[in-house]
Design a protein around this ligand. Structure first.
Ligand code: FAD
Length: 404
C-alpha cells in the first residue's frame, strides 16, 4: 500500500509553520510597506527564531531544522501564502538555492566565509547567470569570461535580471573559463564567489519589472576587470553547469512548492467570495460557471500538490528527478497563473483592485513561466526524455512518473 501519511515530526513542523504564517506573518502583512520593511522583517525573523523555525532547509550544524526535500515541500506550501514568510524563515530565493549550492560545492573556508553569514541571516546573496545579449535559456551561449591572472582570475562581462544583487554581500557568478571551441560547451564554465564590494562588480540598475521586486531588486550588473583570488573558484574548473544543476533542480521544486501556497490562498479568497455573495437570486457559487471555475482550480491544485510531493520524494530518496522536476516546473507555474486568473474573475472588480493581493499574485505569476527556465525549454527536455524512454524501454512510462 502507498502510504500518504505525513510522518509525525514533519506534521508537527508543518503545523507550526502554518500557525506562524497565519498568526505572525499574515497578521502584519497589510501594514508592511517600503517605509517599514526592514524593521518589520527583522521583527518577524526574531519571532521565527524564537518559534524554532529558522532555516528549515539547513542541517542543524548550520542552525537549521535539517528538513529534506519532502519536509521542505510541506513547509514551503505553507510559506508560499505570503512572500514575507520565506524571508522570515531565511529560506527565500535566491539565498535558499545558494545555501544548498554552498553546502554541496564550497570548500570549508568558503563555507565559513559565505554560508555562515547567510545562514545567520546577516547578509543576502545572489546568483548571476543570465545575460541580456544572449538567449540565456541556452546557457552554452553565455559570454562572461574568467581568465587566469597569476594565481587568481579576472572576470569580464554583463549579467542581468540578477535577483537580489543590489546590496548582496556576494554573488555566485557563472563565467566561461575555457574559450577553446573544441572543449565540450558544458565543461567550459565555472562558478566564482564575487564579493559585493569588489570594485569590478558594478550594479548598473534595478530593472523595472511588472511584479514584486523583493529585497535587492532584479539587477543589471557589469563585471569590469573584476579580480578575484584563487579561493573564489567554487568547485572545480569546468564544473559550473554541473553544479548549477545541483542548485537549479531543487530550487525549481522550491519555487513550485511556494506557488502552491499562493494558488491555495487565491482559491481560498475566490471560494470565500463565491459563497458570501449573491447574484441573480443565488450565491455566486451556485452558478455553474463559477462552480466550474472553482472545481477546475481544485483539480489543478490537487494534481500540483501530488506532483510536487512525488518529485520531492524522488530527490530525497536519491533517485533521478530531472524529468519530474521539469514537469512540475511547467505544470505548477501554469496552474498558478490559471488559478489566480480564475480567482480574479470570481471576485470581479474587487479581484482587480489593490484591496486584495490577487492583482499582485497575477503579476508575480507571469514571471513563473520564465525564470529558472521558460516553460518551452522544459517542454523540450520533457519531450526528449519521453523519446529516450520509448527508444530504450518501448514505453514512455518511466518518463511520466510511472511507478513500476
Ligand atoms: C523575475 C525574474 C527573476 C530572475 N532571476 C534571475 C537570477 O537571480 N539569476 C539569473 O541568472 N537569472 C535570473 N532570471 C533570468 C531567467 O532565468 C531567464 O530570463 C530565463 O532563463 C530565460 O532566459 P532569457 O530571458 O534570456 O530568454 P531567452 O533565452 O531569450 O528566451 C526567450 C523565449 O524564447 C523561447 N524559447 C527559448 N528557448 C526555446 C526553445 N528551446 N524552444 C522553444 N522556445 C524557446 C521561450 O518562450 C523564452 O521565454 C530571472 C528572470 C525573471 C523574470
Amino acid at each position: 500500500m502507498i502510504d500518504f501519511t505525513i510522518p509525525p515530526e514533519l506534521q508537527d513542523v508543518r503545523a507550526r509553520v502554518a500557525a506562524f504564517v497565519r498568526d505572525e506573518v499574515l497578521a502584519v502583512e497589510p501594514d508592511v510597506d517600503s517605509t517599514n520593511f526592514d524593521e518589520s522583517l527583522a521583527d518577524l525573523r526574531a519571532r521565527a527564531r524564537k518559534a524554532g523555525l529558522w532555516n528549515p532547509h539547513l542541517p542543524p550544524k548550520w542552525g537549521g531544522l535539517g528538513l529534506g526535500a519532502l519536509g521542505m515541500a510541506l513547509v514551503s506550501q505553507e510559506l508560499g501564502v505570503s512572500a514575507l514568510a520565506s524571508l522570515a524563515l531565511n529560506c527565500m530565493a535566491p539565498d535558499e538555492g545558494n545555501m544548498h549550492l554552498l553546502l554541496h560545492a564550497a570548500s570549508e573556508e568558503q563555507k565559513a566565509r559565505y554560508l555562515r553569514p547567510l545562514a545567520d541571516g546577516s547578509v543576502r546573496s545572489c546568483f548571476a547567470m543570465t545575460e541580456r545579449d544572449v538567449a540565456s535559456s541556452d546557457p552554452t551561449q553565455l559570454r562572461t569570461t574568467a581568465k587566469q591572472d597569476g594565481e587568481g582570475w579576472v572576470l569580464n562581462g554583463e549579467k542581468w535580471f540578477i535577483s537580489g544583487a543590489n546590496g548582496a554581500a556576494f554573488a555566485i557568478v557563472v563565467a566561461m573559463t575555457e574559450d577553446d571551441p573544441d572543449v565540450d560547451p558544458r565543461s567550459r564554465y565555472s562558478l566564482f564567489l564575487v564579493e559585493g564590494d569588489n570594485p569590478g562588480w558594478e550594479i548598473v540598475r534595478e530593472i523595472p519589472v511588472m511584479g514584486t521586486e523583493g529585497p535587492g531588486g532584479h539587477c543589471e550588473v557589469r563585471l569590469n576587470d573584476c579580480r578575484v583570488g584563487p579561493a573564489a573558484l567554487m568547485g572545480r574548473r569546468g564544473e559550473g553547469f554541473a553544479l548549477s544543476q545541483v542548485r537549479l533542480g531543487p530550487a525549481r521544486l522550491a519555487h513550485a512548492m511556494r506557488w502552491i501556497g499562493v494558488a491555495q490562498r487565491a482559491l481560498d479568497i475566490a471560494t470565500q467570495r463565491a459563497i458570501s455573495r449573491e447574484a441573480f437570486g443565488k450565491q455566486l457559487a451556485r452558478h455553474e460557471a463559477v462552480a466550474w471555475m472553482l472545481a477546475d482550480s481544485g483539480i489543478d491544485l490537487y494534481a500540483a500538490r501530488l506532483m510536487v510531493l512525488h518529485a520531492a520524494w524522488k530527490i530525497e530518496s536519491g533517485q533521478q528527478f530531472k524529468q519530474e522536476v521539469a514537469i512540475v516546473k511547467v505544470f505548477v507555474a501554469e496552474m498558478l497563473g490559471q488559478i489566480v486568473d480564475r480567482a480574479i474573475q470570481i471576485c470581479g472588480s474587487l479581484g482587480y483592485s489593490g484591496d486584495l493581493p490577487l492583482e499582485r499574485f497575477y503579476r508575480d505569476a507571469r514571471a513563473a513561466r520564465i525564470y529558472d527556465g521558460p516553460s518551452e525549454v522544459h517542454r523540450m527536455l520533457i519531450a526528449r526524455n519521453l523519446e529516450k524512454a520509448m527508444a530504450t524501454e518501448g514505453t514512455t512510462k518511466a518518463a511520466t512518473g510511472g511507478l513500476a
